[in-house]
Design a protein around this ligand. Sequence first.
Ligand code: PLP
Length: 486
Amino acid sequence: MTHMPAASRLPKTVAAQPPIGGGQTVFYPWASPFPRPLIVRAEGIRMWDDQGRDYIDLSSGPVVSNIGHGNVHVAEAMKQQALTVDFAYCANARSQANLDLTERIARLAGPGFERVCLSSGGSEAVEVAVKFLRMRALSRGETDRTQIITCDPSYHGSTLLTLAMSGDPDCLPFIAGMIAPSARVPAPITYRLPPNHTPETHAAACADALEARIKSIGADRVLAFFLEPVGGLATGASVPPASYFRRIREICTAHSIALVFDEVLCGTGRTGKFLAAHNWPDALPDMVVMAKGLGSGYAPLAATLVPAVWADELAQTTGFAFSHTYSANPIACATGLAVLDEYDRLGVLANTRQQGAALREGLEALKRSTKVVGDVRGMGLLLALELVTDQASKGTWPTDFSPVDLIKRISLEHGLLIYGRRTALGSNGDWIMVSPPMTITAPECAELLQRLTATLTAFETECRRLGVIGQDAPVTSNGPRVNQEH
Ligand code: PLP
């Protein structure tokens, strides 16, 4: 999503006025604190710009390019599908690519996720989940079921509805008067805890807060609880304790509320298992939403996974009556199949577990060698570094200083393209994603760590020069903005 503008003490890089057109970036603020290189070639984990500089794609874009760039098998499958059946409108006709991909995803997802509704992106797929549940409620005569519960912080997309579902205070002025925000409960974050809490006790309190919220709304008015099982844009790869998953599963079952995992970012193998949900098999959700890695950057592709009993029951009555022109587009489906073929051929899940463990070790060592990394977290090859002004106090940064913007600029000089985020002017923390393509090799991991170390060293030096860290820097910790009620 785009971010609400915030004053920054970093100097701005002002782009020259382009001729007509100008690319997507003309819609972003022209005065940006970091330049955006013009990428002319990409292969494996690397990208090259028009000046011949190479970059390691540290975060796979926004955690998308799971199988890396320039994969010839995927490109060939896309070409063949375009030449065979480029388009078959799903409301009028069926396509073999659609049938094959949905069967493949359902098999990989396992029992309980037998029906797969395809769409073109994460926000769309989250909306499919909401609309499916609403259609189901209406068909069962449960007309009052309209309320969605989400976490604060969280991120569920960039359409109006999914912005309203996202626990991001920056969005509230934008949606005010247009659409009501979802009901919120504290997210089970593990780093910036309220006083006197461990991650476990905090997660238990968050689960209690969910139950209390359900009761205060009235269980028969709640459609679903949406959760990112491993955090993405809003919490930077935060992984709740296993006990949280068991408890929220019990709560949703007890109150007959759908539990939906938004795995747009953390699904499709990022954690080392096909679904992130597979890491907590005794607490599986009712539905799962996937996107990003499914098309791996080659095609816009997303999926909403639903139990057969729910989809088939609805199909006996109204059916799920919504589609988009590009839903289940054959070329996107063929791309998804080819991506999953590459997962098998290249052993991507096993590599994710192996390189993820090695990379994590390297990041822990990096944390020990710098003062500006407060936390290393995540699973598999979905890892993040939280940037702090001081490790002991978990110091947050001044509101007019975005460490993420600065590190993005510095990283370009050291051959890294980084994705990171600050929310709520940094009071929810500032972090960068370390989520390279899941085809990364051991020597590439070592090179990545070298470049990241150089980036962080230069970042720390620049922060001292600017006076935002060091002995003379003011104590700036905002403390956690959310989750303070327990
Ligand atoms: N849900 C989660 C958890 C995400 O991380 C994202 C995007 O980052 C979305 C939904 C929205 O996906 P998209 O940008 O494809 O619409």
